[in-house]
Design a binder for this molecule. Sequence first.
Ligand code: ADP
Ligand code: MG
Length: 563
Amino acid sequence: MTTGKINVSVENIFPLIKKFLYNDHEIFLRELVSNATDATLKLKHLTSIGEAKVEYGNPIIEVKIDKEGKKLHLIDQGLGMTAEEVEKYINQIAFSGAEEFLEKYKDSAKDSGIIGHFGLGFYSAFMVASKVEIITKSYKDEPAAHWTCDGSPEFTLVASDKTERGTEIILHIAEDSLEFLEEFKIRELLTKYNKFMPIPIKFGTRKEKIEQKKGESVAEEDKDTIFTEVEVDNIINNPNPAWTKQPVDLTDEDYKDFYRELYPMQFEDPLFNIHLNVDYPFNLTGILYFPKMSADLQLQKDKIQMYQNQVFVTDNVEGIVPEFLGMLKGVIDSPDIPLNVSRSGLQADSNVKKISNYITRKVADKLKSLFTENREDFEQKWNDIKIVLEYGMLSEPKFYEKSGDFILYPSVDDKYYTLAELKEAITENQTDKNGKLVVLYASNKDAQHGYIEIAKEKGYKVLLLDSPIVSHLIQKLESDNENLTFVRVDSDHIDKLIQKEDTQISKLSEDESKQLKTVLEEIVPKANYSVQLEPMDSTAAPFIITQPEFMRRMKEMSQSGGG
Ligand code: ADP
Ligand code: MG
């Protein structure tokens, strides 16, 4: 037997990393901005615990395009690196300085928001650059260092004369990646991935009008304002997005503003929001919104966005957010969701399952409190939210368990019942021969108008259940409530209901009714229609002709052996 060590040479691995590390080349920018953010947050932490005796100030990160030079610059004012640290952190592929930092400052830095963890992010630069330079000056009193690498495993490291603290990364953009020198492209990427990162990111400048009141000496001109244009840093991100704040510090208006910030094209206000905030047994923050249902397909494309430490990761939250909440909007942010794993891997992850269950529970709790705090308002929103919730009842057992608290069953005349209230309301006179409670419902108010009127005449409650998945829901409710049966208002069952009070029933005797029916049946074409007698003193039609009734009669006929 022979044992040995597989010989991995960097020459072979490097091109693989370049090619396959990430299938999306554009994420190089996310990675480099994340590193610049980490470097700044680390410095913030070190100054706060007194380990770095420098002024933290108001550091920003700058992204700059040099189109002629075909270079992209990323400049931060973070903690920088000494030459020794460059050797340690940059020259060792798959060694994460971020993880090392978090390990070292375990207790104090766990909430510092540091992003990196695979030790591979930096190398994503080589997906778009033929050469990368790092010019960096540590906050420690040591000379600056200048590292250069052209994508082969050889690098050079020399001293540099950089004097300001921080790191500048220079990407020499490769010929096949020149799109990353376009201003609109970089702006698009920064907006997509970095819009809510915690350190301000400058990309160019913009003109800002500032108001200047004219002197008060001339009364007439008092009201006039002069606008002067000044050039200011163009900061592309909001470092303190709403979800990172405490719910008590946010007003309704703040939540709506944040919704518009997330989805600038959505003009309708959301119906309500759910602020998620948990740090045990996993870490998750976020805000989910129930949107007003939009007919606009473009707007429906706005999805829940997933972040890790304020870095955008994806808007495919399949497996993380329960499927029935797919129509919701908003953000979730969790460092505990494994990325870079397949969807099926995600589903198998126990944290992810817990997160999904947590979201279900929070949504159910919020619905319950909305319902109990302001029932009228909740009823008004019902039409916009019912599909999501009904689908939730069918697809998510944990949600179904809680749904009795807030799921509503509207009647044709806009009264809303919970299931318990409904049962209460129909015990009086809606039972069938087997003693089951019969829930009458219409699926289309206009088409079934006549039947609805007749049922109402008889004093029956008729629900309006018109969402597309209602038949599944009914099945579920019937199988879980043995004493309940749902009957559509135009079906043949309605005449089988047993009323407690018989007063309004037809004045004809049974025999007379039979005779009348026989007469009527001779007139209408038997093959397609059937005849049903109604109470003669009713204001509704004295008899109705229905098709479903024909089916019932056919059945009775076959049962009685007739033909
Ligand atoms: P990770 O972020 O997972 O640690 P990266 O490959 O992205 O891995 O970066 C490797 C290390 O290089 C970082 O942990 C950090 O120590 C160092 N580094 C990268 N960029 C910077 C920067 N802008 N300023 C200071 N250090 C940096
Ligand atoms: Mg990183």
